[in-house]
Structures are given as structure tokens and as C-alpha cells.
Design a protein around this ligand. Structure first.
Ligand code: NDP
Length: 251
């Protein structure tokens, strides 16, 4: 029997939005598995602190700006000569009744949550395809498959559905050339993104009672899957959407 290989020794891994929350936890888990991390983050203070802690690199990056993404990828290639994995994690959510969502708010959510994922896949994908190897991990959400309640968030849900299908589309195109593309779809995880909402007892009760395991997930429970998808242990996986939601989507 071959022992599964979860080792990421010497891999060059980019995590977008890796300054805090799920992104930071993924970066930390990958570093613990041997990877060198590049934190591509819009927030300079969290991004720099995360990179310092992980002995990695910080590159100020706004994923909504395709030229900014291009420069970030060029800088990583110049310094390291290759990119083994990118985790497209940067994301935002807005809770506005759909009839009141402004054009600007719709565009903002789409630009971070979907356009940003595409720009990063495209730029990193070019290098991975040239090399014929690489793993792309896109952070989707259970919101890409179900519609959350009670909070309204149609732009976020639509963007995340787009991320899951973009992942499958890229997997079909790029896997024959050696580049695996998968997504992870978390349920409710305790981070800054969910903190304010959890202070609303009505939302909190509905979220927890709708989750068979009756609790929020920890960022580390998402990070473990990212390590697996980056590693040789997942070598036959591409186009998969790995749901980690405490059972939310079974009901
Ligand atoms: P956080 O808000 O804690 O972290 C998101 C990070 O992304 C922040 O560091 C943020 O920086 C950064 N970011 C935001 N916009 C940009 C941008 N334009 N360019 C680069 N970086 C940016 O969220 P989570 O850790 O909870 O979420 C991480 C991912 O997981 C997201 O894609 C989210 O949709 C997804 N997810 C989260 C769930 C949850 O319950 N928490 C559930 C399902 C999916 P800044 O400090 O400036 O805000």
C-alpha cells in the first residue's frame, strides 16, 4: 500500500486574502506542511503580520484589479521561478434585500468574489500550464449551492455559484495539461465575516439549528482540506467541490 502523501515541502503557495480568517489558517496549515507562503492581501497590516509570522512574503494585492494581480504573479515568478498552488480565498459578503441592492454593491461583490477569482486563476494558470503542473483551489461556499436564510445575500450567492462552476470549467480545460482545479465550499465558519451576524440572536439560532452538527466550523477545519487539495494525496481530484459545512446542505 502507498501511504498518502500530504507533504508540501518547498511548494510555493499563494493565498489571496491570507491576512486573517480562513485564508490565514490555510496559509498556516500549508506552512506547517512544508510550503513557502505568499500572502496576497489587500489589507497591508494583516497581510504583513501574517507573512512575518509564517516567514513568507507579503504582496499588497487587490484581486479586483487585473493589472495588480498580474504584477503580483510576476513578482512571485521573479522571486521563486514557479507557483505550485494558489488558494483564491479573498471574499466579501453584503446582506441587503435584493430589491435594494445598488449597482455599485452588486459590482463590488461580483468583482471581489468572482472576477478576482478568475483574474488570479488566469494569471497563475498561464505559468502552471507552461510547466504542466499545479493545483488551484478556489474558496466557494455552500451559498453557491443553497440560498441562506434568513439573511438576504443574492449577489454573494450568485458569485459563489459562479466560483463553483468556473472551477469545473477550468478543470475541464486545464486538467488534461496537468493543472488541477478544485473548490472548497464551507458552511458557517467563525471569522470576522460572520462575527457581526452572529451577534443577532435570530440569525444565530437559525444558522445553528439548520446545521446538523449544531455548531460553527473552525477555520482549521477548512484549512485541512486545502492542504489535502494542494498535496499529492489528492492527485486524482479535479473539478471537485468539497463541501465542509457540518451537514448544513443535507436538509
Ligand atoms: P474574512 O473577512 O475574515 O477574510 C477575508 C480576507 O480577504 C480579508 O483579509 C480581506 O481583507 C481580504 N480581502 C477582501 N477584499 C479583498 C480584495 N479585493 N483583494 C484582496 N484581499 C481582499 O473572511 P473569511 O475568512 O470568513 O472568508 C474567506 C473566504 O471564505 C471568502 O471567500 C468567503 O466568502 C469564504 N467563506 C466564508 C464563510 C464563513 O462562514 N466565514 C463561509 C463560506 C465561505 P480586509 O482585511 O481588507 O477585509
Amino acid at each position: 500500500m502507498n501511504t498518502p502523501n500530504f507533504n508540501l515541502s518547498n511548494q510555493i503557495v499563494i493565498v489571496t486574502g491570507g491576512g486573517q480568517g480562513i485564508g490565514f489558517e490555510i496559509a498556516q496549515a500549508m506552512q506547517a506542511s512544508g510550503a513557502h507562503l505568499v500572502i496576497a492581501e489587500a489589507n497591508a497590516s494583516t497581510g504583513e503580520a501574517a507573512a512575518h509570522k509564517l516567514e513568507g512574503d507579503f504582496i499588497a494585492t487587490d484581486v479586483t484589479d487585473s493589472s495588480n494581480v498580474k504584477s503580483m504573479v510576476q513578482a512571485v515568478m521573479k522571486k521563486h521561478g514557479r507557483i505550485d498552488c494558489i488558494v483564491n480565498n479573498a471574499g466579501i459578503c453584503r446582506n441587503t434585500p435584493s430589491e435594494d441592492v445598488s449597482d455599485d454593491e452588486w459590482r463590488l461583490v461580483m468583482s471581489v468574489d468572482l472576477d478576482g477569482v478568475f483574474y488570479c486563476c488566469r494569471e497563475v494558470g498561464k505559468h502552471m500550464l507552461t510547466r504542466g503542473a499545479g493545483s488551484i483551489i478556489n474558496i466557494g461556499s455552500m451559498s453557491g449551492s443553497i440560498s441562506n436564510r434568513p439573511q438576504p445575500q443574492s449577489a454573494y450567492n450568485a458569485a459563489k455559484a459562479g466560483v463553483i462552476h468556473l472551477t469545473k470549467s477550468l478543470a475541464g480545460e486545464w486538467s488534461p495539461r496537468g493543472v488541477r482545479v478544485n473548490s472548497i465550499s464551507p458552511g458557517y465558519i467563525g471569522t470576522a465575516m460572520t462575527k457581526a451576524a452572529l451577534e443577532n440572536p435570530e440569525w444565530r439560532d437559525i444558522w445553528l439549528s439548520s446545521t446538523p452538527m449544531g455548531r460553527l466550523g473552525e477555520p482549521a477545519e477548512v484549512a485541512a482540506i486545502a492542504v489535502f487539495l494542494a498535496s499529492p494525496a489528492s492527485s486524482f481530484m479535479t473539478g471537485s467541490d468539497v463541501v465542509v459545512d457540518g451537514g448544513y446542505t443535507v436538509w
